[in-house]
Design a protein around this ligand. Structure first.
Ligand code: NAP
Length: 338
């Protein structure tokens, strides 16, 4: 059995992770942490019945670190990196769902996250855990940086066309909508029901959202001269799910048949990335409550429009974290996932 600890188990990603690991046949959850709700049970925070609901919540500093093989950090950035340092000192493998180890350049991190990085020495070692493109590195990884939710949705949309070194003009435009759980559990004015319901609100549009440098970093690994990205996220009045329309202005040389062949070949053997047939468009409903990223392709002249849908809490967070754990520990990649 893989013995796992969940830090930040009361958050949206932590609860989702606890549900997945609870049904995973090769995992034993050893502890679940919370600071503000320590002493309560998981079922006091979320409507969860049975043994999982009875799990005690303990503060992180009393967690039996030496009893686990892997820790999942469902914590805010900075708090996650500090916890990772302690865990690695105890030879515990770490899957971090926060942004702390995603960006390789500490200056970029500190500019976007407006804090001093607690463990910059670990940035080089962290494996960027977009599972489909990290399989070779995961089995030996001590520290995995789980990608962001918008980032996962955008990168899976872009990888085949970027890896093909397609010629492009202008900027890549990512117009994305996310359900409200993407903002975490804490109450904020912008995510109140009254603000969110019956509305569709853009935020941090253009080049202002923290996932922008992450997206640009990774497409730079795939394409020799990637265009700049314009990223426009929106808050959608649904609990979960991300839908992104990704616009890539091709510079000739590739028609719809060639693009479709590229995507179908790239994802032919992937169980969690599905390219829809011509004429079908990806929707939120294709992806929510699953670990799938569902992609559709549209050509408008030379403009390639990739529509990509995920569940932000699953493929965008906890599902992908378990997918990474499965590869790290030699389990079937889809164990516990659907
Ligand atoms: N939501 C998403 O769709 C999503 C997707 C991908 C990645 N992520 C990332 O995953 C992480 C967790 O996100 P989330 O949405 O689950 O957040 P969340 O709902 O706000 O939950 C945060 C968790 O962290 C704990 N916590 C908060 N501040 C802490 C501190 N200073 N020290 C220790 N624990 C603290 C909270 O515990 P208490 O019980 O003590 O309050 C809670 O369990 C974040 O870094 C986020 O950026 C989120």
């Amino acid at each position: 059995m893989i013995k796992a600890g969940i830090y930040g188990a009361t958050g949206y990603t932590g609860v989702e992770l606890a549900k997945i690991l609870d049904r995973h046949p090769s995992v034993e959850i050893v502890f679940t942490t919370s600071e503000r709700s320590a002493g309560q049970r998981l079922g006091d925070i979320e409507p969860i019945s049975g043994a999982l609901g009875k799990r005690p919540l303990i503060p992180a500093d009393s967690a039996p670190i030496d009893d686990i093989d892997v820790a999942f950090l469902c914590l805010p950035h900075a708090a996650a990196a500090k916890t990772a340092v302690t865990l690695l000192q105890h030879n515990t493998r770490v899957i971090d769902l926060s942004a702390d180890f995603r960006l390789k350049n500490v200056d970029v991190y500190e500019k976007w996250y407006k804090t001093t990085h607690p463990a910059p020495d670990l940035l080089g070692e962290a494996v960027y855990g977009l599972t489909e493109f990290a399989r070779a590195a995961l089995p030996d990884a001590r520290l995995v940086a789980n990608p962001g939710c918008y980032t996962t949705t955008s990168l899976l949309a872009l990888q085949p066309i970027m890896a093909a070194q397609a010629k492009m003009r202008g900027s890549i435009i990512i117009d994305a909508k996310s359900g409200v759980s993407g903002a975490g559990r804490a109450a904020k004015a912008a995510t109140h029901f009254v603000k969110v319901s019956n509305n569709l609100a853009p935020y941090a549009i253009g080049r202002a959202h923290r996932h922008l440098p992450e997206i640009e970093q990774v497409i730079g690994w795939w394409h020799d001269s990637p265009p700049p990205v314009i990223f426009s996220p929106h808050l959608l009045p649904v609990p979960r799910g991300i839908l992104a329309n990704v616009y890539v202005q091709l510079n000739g040389g590739m028609d719809e048949t060639a693009v479709r062949a590229l995507y179908e070949t790239a994802y032919a053997d992937e169980q969690f990335v599905h390219v829809l047939p011509a004429g079908e468009l990806a929707t939120l409903a294709h992806a929510v409550y699953s670990n799938n990223c569902v992609i559709s392709l549209t050509m408008a002249g030379d403009m390639l429009i990739i529509t990509s849908a995920t569940d932000n809490l699953l493929k965008g967070a906890s599902g992908q974290a378990v997918q990474n754990m499965n590869v790290m520990f030699g389990e079937k990649e889809n164990e516990g996932l659907r």
